[in-house]
Ligand binder design. Sequence first.
Ligand code: UD1
Ligand code: UDP
Length: 365
Amino acid sequence: MKIITVIGARPQFVKAAAVSRAIAEFNQSGRGPTITERIVHTGQHYDDNMSKVFFDELHIPRPAINLEVGSGLQGRQTGAMLGRIEDVLLAESPDGVLIYGDTNSTLAGALAAVKLHVPVAHVEAGLRSFNRRMPEEINRIVADSVSTLLLCPTATAVENLHREGVTRGVHLVGDVMYDSVRFNTRLAEKTSNVLVRLELETKSFYLATIHRAENTDDPRRLKGILEAFSRIDRPIVLPLHPRTRKTLGAGLEHLAGRVRVIDPVPYLDMLMLEKHARMILTDSGGVQKEAYWFSVPCVTLRDETEWVELVQAGCNRVVGAETETVLQAVHDFESAGAALPPNRPANLYGDGEAAGKIVECLVKL
Ligand code: UD1
Ligand code: UDP
């Protein structure tokens, strides 16, 4: 059985690593047909610290092909991927195409496959922000609507699909990012020296990431967030996405001394920064859940989240980008000792065995 995996952006490397490992384990077990996985890297992310470092650290099989589409406007980037993925699928004749999340690489993989009548399996199906101004929301809705297998991380995602009338092929498997955190934290503890390198004491600093279009492309929002950062009375480590670095340009020099801007870090270092942070401020999807798995309070710099369970459990505050609102949320978490509610539900995102379940679904497909 031949599967083509289409990935291209940082969070997809983390997710695909867990599933590739589960595929290798399934093949070794001899429990079913041998799965041949061929990875197609669209080239959406291409800097070494946004791509290569993840393949190296997480031992992801080398991409069979890199389409090298690079950056571009939404339509151009997706269009460039579409044609090149179509060529690959025509040459490879796979039994299925595996896509992840909600990026332009996800959308292109889905469209190219469905038009060639190749079944699509979507990992992280059913998530919705209900904000159609986000490119990711459009990507999710279209990808879900053409997928044969909809592999959902949460019951909320299953419900979202049911509300849209989608019930066939829907499976609740849990979140592969938890598989990844469980597997790699032990490794990170042994190998990462990021805290020493950055001279950070555990639970003394905040960790922040910013990359969403709604924040980087809106000077008022970006200013609101950075103003809040500059008024926080603790060191803030900010591994900066290249998109945000480009937007800020010379403006980076004006950030207050307590904000430590660094390059994007490798995944194992990121896990250690998250685990030892006192609080996390982010507009990332994945980082919100990683905060919960490490029992670190999270302030989400967006107007909504797909990961609503975290908010309901009191682990995450969705605050937008207004300076005072951000500062109030930080203050509230600090007043609670920068700890999560003790009665929060465990395993909101499954048991860390999602990748194995995904492979079982693929084999049945
Ligand atoms: C993309 C996804 C977003 C995801 C994020 C993960 C879409 C629509 N968005 O956003 O859902 O959360 O990846 O990080 O697919 N750049 C570089 N080097 C790189 C990659 C990007 O310099 O290796 C810069 C370029 O200036 C580029 C910009 O970052 O134009 C944005 O990159 P792009 O992949 O289009 O979107 P992201 O913001 O990374
Ligand atoms: N990440 C990382 N280094 C960084 C920033 C993020 O390894 O400098 C990891 C993070 O731990 C998570 C994933 O990248 O596993 C999230 O990617 P990102 O925030 O870019 O995308 P999103 O989840 O918002 O789509």
